[in-house]
Design a protein around this ligand. Sequence first.
Ligand code: NAD
Length: 267
Amino acid sequence: MGFIMLGTLKGKTALVTGSTSGIGLGIAQVLAAQGANIVLNGFGPAGEIETLRAKIAAEHGVTVRYDGADMSKPDTIDVMMNKAIAEFGAVDILVNNAGIQHVAPIEEFPVEKWNAIIAINLVAAFHTIRLALPGMKQRKWGRIINIASAHALVASPYKSAYVAAKHGIAGLTKTVALETAAAGITVNAICPGYVLTPLVEKQIPDTARARGITEEQVVKDVLLAAQPTRKFVTIEQVAALAVYLASDAAASVTGTLMPIDGGWTAQ
Ligand code: NAD
C-alpha cells in the first residue's frame, strides 16, 4: 500500500473568481504555492491588483493573469473563460468564489440587490462551469470548487437572497457532480462559517440596524454566537481545504457540501 501525498499542481491552471480579496485571494495564493498557474478575477484598484499579480507570479514561479470580468454579466464571463482556455488549454481547477451580500428584511430587500446577489453568487457559477467542462473532459481531469457557505445548509434571517443563492449552489454542485462523476472531474462545495473578510465587515452595520443592536453585539451575539468554537474561521483554513479538494487524494470526493464552520451546522 502506498501513501497518497497531496502532490503538486504544477502544469494545472486555476481560475478563481473574486480573487482580489478575502477567501478567493487566499485560495489563489495557496494554489499558486502548489505550482498552479492562476487567473485572478475581481474588482479593485488597477495598481494594487497588478502588484498582487506580479507578487504571486514571482513568489511561486507560476504564470498569473488577471481578468476583470464582471461576474454579474454572462457575456463578460464568456470572454474571460474563452481567453483563459485559449491561453492555458483548459481551466483545470475552477473556483467559483466571487460573492456579495446584502442584509435586510425581505419586504425592504432592494430588488436590484436581490438580482445582483443571485447573478453573482449563483448564476455566474452556471456559466463558468458550463464553459470550463469541455476542456476538463478533454483532459479527463478537473476540479470544480464552489465556495458556498454555512448558508447553503441553514438559513439566517434578513439574508434571503444570499441564502437562496447559496442553497442553489448546493443543488448545482450535487447535480454537476453526478453529470461528471465518470469523467475524472470532481465538483464540491466548501461551506464556511464566518470568516473576517471585507464581505463580513461590511454587513456588521446593516445587521446592527436590522436587529436593533450595536455592532459589538452583532459580532458577539450574532456572528460568533453561531459558531460553537466562538472563533472566526480563517482564510488559511478554507484555502487548505481547497488545496485538498484540488489534489489527486480527493479524486473520490465529489458532490459534497463540506462545512468548515466551527460547529455551526452541527447544532
Ligand atoms: P470579499 O468581499 O473579501 O471578496 C469578494 C471578492 O469577489 C472580491 O475579490 C470582489 O472584488 C469580488 N467580486 C464581487 N463582485 C464581483 C463581480 N460582480 N464580479 C467579479 N468579482 C466580484 O468576500 P469573501 O468573504 O472573501 O467572500 C468570498 C466568497 O466566500 C463569497 O462567495 C462568500 O459568499 C463566501 N463566504 C464568505 C464567508 C465569510 O464569512 N466571509 C462565509 C461563507 C462564505
